[in-house]
Design a protein around this ligand. Sequence first.
Ligand code: NAD
Length: 480
Amino acid sequence: MKKLQNFINGEYCEPVNGKYIDNVNPATAEVYAQIPDSSAEDVDNAVRAAHDAFKTWSVTPAGERSRIILNIAAGIEKRMDELVKAETDDNGKPLWLSKETDIPRAASNFHFYATAIEHFASEAHPMEDKAINYTLRQPIGVCACISPWNLPLYLFTWKVAPALAAGNTVVAKPSELTPVTASMLGEICKEAGLPKGVLNILHGFGHTAGAAMTSHPQVKVISFTGGTKTGETIAASVATQFKKLSLEMGGKNPNIIFDDSNLKRAISTSVHSSFRNQGEICLCGSRIFIQKGVYEEFKKGLVEKVSKLKTGDPYEEDNFVGAMVSKNHYEKVLSYIKLAQEEGGKILSGGKAVKPEGRCANGYFIEPTIIEGLPHDCRTNQEEIFGPVVTLQPFDTEEEVIEYANSTKYGLASSVWTENLSRAHRVAGKLHAGIVWINCWMMRDLRTPFGGVKNSGVGREGGFEALKFFTEEKNVCVKI
Ligand code: NAD
């Protein structure tokens, strides 16, 4: 059985306590690898390596850092097929999706920040003929990057790439549920010429390894993506240490369909915004609000398309929905489907677990599920389910739907479908969300600010926002 190791100071090594955690393929329910159950000692070793490496990496010219990071992007591309398969085996997502989205995006993250750092500049504030101020943006030190399981290498590298490009060193931990591709990244970085200690990759549980990373006194920056509860725990635990903190957390995103929208496009995009990656994308629109004039037509169109979606073996090209990431998560999602029915919801499509034949007979599969008949303020419509479950809710007016859309504690992303230009801009301005898509979903330009408001997040990733986050400003005032 494959036994992963921590990657510390440029070498793969066993956890100090010798303990391992089972790693399960959720499509087959089989344990197929083991990962280190790292402790505070492993974290301390990794942070010390990163702290030492910072002395040279932080003063390595940006052009040289860029060259090495471009090599990492090329290394990911070179091992594309291997990484694609590893991501699917670890997460349960369809192979076609890992190939189309996850792994290419991981390479793009490195490519993007390798080039961005060469264009990153800072401001000057001249005081006429008296003085000139200029802002230095300097790397900060050791950064802890902690990522979730839903887009494993994609989100891991979305943090690691800008942190390294900006001249910091990193101790990073992927989710204990999806550790394999992050583990492979160590080898790729070594081959790319990344100096030892610049990136250290640790495995283990959040409450042990993760907590030791965030509380370590030499860790100056924390970049976290995951659940809101975990974000809360991290923020509370480091509040007195004044670390720089970026939190990307949960969502319960509205997808709003007005009477005058292009219904055909709204329906086909809603299939993806509801069920792509098994609905396990923080940006998925899990609450679909439909204006009454087109409610029945939209519902019919969506149900028709969704009832044809196939769920099962992630290796099979025609399966749109793969496995849920774990037994726990599978049970959680099924419990929400049950709750929705108890709350008075009617299932229009799906609603059940799927037991495919063959190698995936024991896997954790759930049909894409559409529910109607629930009020906007019930638990099903307020709590994050993070699975292949959407609700349909009718509305009359613009004011009413804005109130419903904004009624949760979350505020990550939203979609608005309308052909009325004024309404599109008006509604975009009023939604409590860090991201608004008009007549589309998940169109991502890596230069744009990415993040949420309310309980969905603090801070922004993406573009120069991330390079600003991973650097500290210093004003230098020179008297003329
Ligand atoms: P999670 O919070 O359980 O875990 C995320 C990471 O944090 C894991 O690596 C975990 O080991 C670690 N962790 C857990 N407890 C910790 C602690 N006390 N200290 C330090 N680290 C700790 O989240 P998850 O279940 O892996 O991911 C699903 C969640 O992530 C959903 O809520 C989803 O909306 C959210 N998410 C948000 C975004 C975004 O950009 N806003 C993107 C993807 C996923």
